[in-house]
Design a protein around this ligand. Structure first.
Ligand code: ZN
Length: 281
């Protein structure tokens, strides 16, 4: 940490801010399928470890739904996507970006929150509030595919690395030294939402990452055998259900639904052809 603080910020960005710099290959990586260049200064393993701890706290501190049938549907969709993602990367002879994931699914009982997220390493949560918009398994697969895509494309690693490079990352650095979690443990109240935000789970990813998650999410749901045309219907329902209200946080932080629907419609036909359901043995 002190080493980073001592480096002149401009110099640091010159070195690390640009992935075209061939000298520091190890600090750069590319997103799967889209091949977008990404900054990677933080080891994924430590991020996954911290995420797993935070996930345990979420499970302990939030009200989980008793709806076993709904949870089972979430797990079924998740497991099909998990298998399809691994099978796809195997089929194209590429390293499986999820080989070290420990997938887990929870359904949070909160009808007011239209949200879902996937932490680094495959820790997934769906809020009951989003089920009115997803409505069926294809719709739910669209949302879960998007969230899983953030994890598969390692967007949290990228985000944390960028924060570190910009020297904005006190909280982030804290997380990697174990600070955030141990500090929280010392206090009586556990600020789970605050921790989620610090972790970059519950606040917006960049526009490029959101678009990438939409694109990869469609690919993953299609490979898993879901009807990805339903994604457009989900966004229409989201839009209708929010009519006349302030958009919920998730909506306002993601691309606008109109823009999103337009782009999804453009991608869907070509993805259905190029990434059909992968046969899962
Ligand atoms: Zn997203």
């Amino acid at each position: 940490m002190s080493k980073i603080n001592n480096i002149n910020r401009r110099k640091f960005l010159e070195i690390f801010g640009c992935c075209s710099c061939g000298l520091i290959v190890s600090s750069c990586t590319t997103a799967p399928i889209t091949q977008r260049k990404q900054l990677k200064l933080i080891p994924e393993s430590s991020l996954n470890r911290q995420a797993a701890q935070l996930y345990e706290r979420v499970k302990a501190k939030t009200k989980l739904s008793n709806d076993k049938k709904q949870l089972n549907e979430i797990k079924e969709i998740g497991s099909r996507i998990e298998t399809a993602v691994s099978a796809y990367f195997e089929s194209v002879d590429k390293a499986d970006p999820t080989y070290n994931f420990q997938w887990e699914y929870i359904l949070i009982d909160n009808d007011k929150i239209k949200n879902a997220w996937c932490m680094p390493g495959g820790k997934i949560a769906v809020y009951t509030g989003i089920l009115k918009a997803t409505k069926n398994k294809h719709g739910l697969a669209a949302v879960m595919g998007h969230e899983i895509a953030h994890a598969v494309a390692k967007h949290s690693v990228e985000r944390a690395s960028r924060a570190l490079a910009l020297n904005l990352g006190t909280a982030v650095i804290d997380i990697f030294s174990g600070g955030a979690i141990s500090n929280t443990r010392r206090t009586t109240g556990v600020d789970v939402p605050g921790m989620l935000r610090t972790f970059g789970i519950d606040n917006p990813f960049g526009r490029k990452q959101e678009t990438e998650a939409d694109y990869l999410g469609l690919i993953f749901s299609s490979l898993a055998g879901y009807d990805i045309r339903e994604s457009v219907e989900v966004w229409k329902r989201m839009k209708d259900q929010n009519k006349g209200q302030e958009p919920p946080e998730w909506m306002s932080t993601h691309p606008s639904s109109d823009r999103r629907i337009k782009v999804l419609k453009k991608w869907i036909p070509e993805i259905m052809v190029s990434y059909p359901a992968i046969s899962i043995g």
